[in-house]
Design a protein around this ligand. Sequence first.
Ligand code: DP6
Length: 327
Amino acid sequence: LNKADVVKHILRDREQTPGHKGSAFAPANIALVKYWGKSNTELNVPMTDSISVSLGSLGAQTTLCVRDRGDDFVMLDGKEVSSQSSFYQRVKKYLDLFRSPLSPFFEVETCSSVPVAAGLASSASGFAALAKALDDLFGWGLDGRELSILARLGSGSACRSVYDGFVWWKRGQSMDGMDSYAEQMNVEWPSFRIGLLELSTREKAVGSREAMQRTIETSHLYSAWPEQVASDLDDLREGLEHRDIERVGRVAEHNALTMHATMISAWPPVLYWLPESVEILHRVWKAREEGTPVYATMDAGPNVKLLFEKNADQSVISLFPNLKIVD
Ligand code: DP6
């Protein structure tokens, strides 16, 4: 099964005639138990489940319409994206899945409110917003499960950006990934805070897609990862149920560091950390020793994200004055 088969299966006999315009917003998300490794690289079916928290109003707002000639036209934050860029190529390849004689090309306009330097996967909110905008353009009326599967075909983590709040992506059992989608968890936690520390705007040398594949292929430590994730998922679920920041923070930080350990032990090694990233980790640990419950997580980049509760925000801000708190 390939991506086109999955799209056909989901859309079945739904409307092929596009409307005038489609638009949608999708939030960025940060994984607390990470997605790292695929069992199917074509369909972005993951090796394990993962859990994330969405970033509210930080995300991608996408508008879409059909063009009947030329080529796809892509705008990002008000600027035309070059057809030579990898961003354009990735969007185009995704749109290939949705072309028909009535929709030969598309015009896509995306505005991202995610701070570029914060090292948040723009692909997650981007592909989730694109899937939702396509649904709006064609009037398919897809449900959350179907949108999540479509978003996953663009980028794995995008399947979690279909929802707000805490989100659980079930890896599923079937080879075609039809049961691999995200669902919103029943957790209300208004005082949970995420802080972004912007360190580097440099384009990363190795993308997460390549890094996770290299880890699977060359790191002996990877075999321990699925087991760690299984216990972290249970631990995190319970922590979230009790809104226990110490437990949630501990699981998230431990999980992120374990993920990085697997990629550092790949060959050639993948080490996203800068000296400043390590320095921040030390400051986080010192803050905890001194009684502030603050925890760190990191993704495929050098930036550090902090997890804490509202009642600690004053002490966290005084320790990390550059922190951008997500509201
Ligand atoms: C470290 O979703 O960007 O952010 O499926 O290849 O597009 P592809 O990968 P992507 O990987 C995200 C990896 C991560 C962890 C996470 O978000 O769970």
